[in-house]
Design a protein around this ligand. Structure first.
Ligand code: ZN
Length: 128
């Protein structure tokens, strides 16, 4: 019997560790992707539709804006505002994306963790 036929505990642990890393990576990627979708034009978290812009404007760091205007850097105000508004909505969108993805992972087919297998269609048919 060859040494290579013996299942190695270290290899098994390593594989388990790597597959968890892989799942973490896939979770991060899925959250990034979902965040972008939520923030896309027409999305619920689109930073620059009028309602969302109004909400974010009321939350901006007005001291930073005032400082720029005081210093005569009026031309920089727009870029700083856009950055702050985008940051405000990105934080909210990321929270929502995390909630959605973790929910999807928790409800994913336990056999393939949502990668897709015949049991997904049978037992965990998606609505979309
Ligand atoms: Zn499956």
């Amino acid at each position: 019997m060859s040494l290579y036929d013996v299942p190695c505990a270290v290899t098994a642990d390593l594989n388990r560790y790597l597959s968890r890393l892989d799942e973490d990576d896939r979770r991060d990627e899925a959250i990034d992707e979902r965040t972008e979708e939520l923030m896309a034009d027409g999305g619920e978290y689109a930073p620059f539709n009028p309602d969302n812009l109004a909400e974010a404007i009321s939350e901006v760091d007005i001291a930073e804006i005032a400082k720029l205007i005081d210093a005569g850097k009026v031309s920089e105000v727009g870029a700083v505002l856009v950055k702050q508004v985008r940051g405000y909505w990105e934080a909210l969108a990321r929270n929502e994306a995390e909630r959605q993805i973790d929910n999807e992972i928790a409800n994913a087919c336990p056999r393939c963790r949502g990668r897709g297998c015949r049991h997904c269609d049978e037992d965990y048919g998606r609505d979309d």
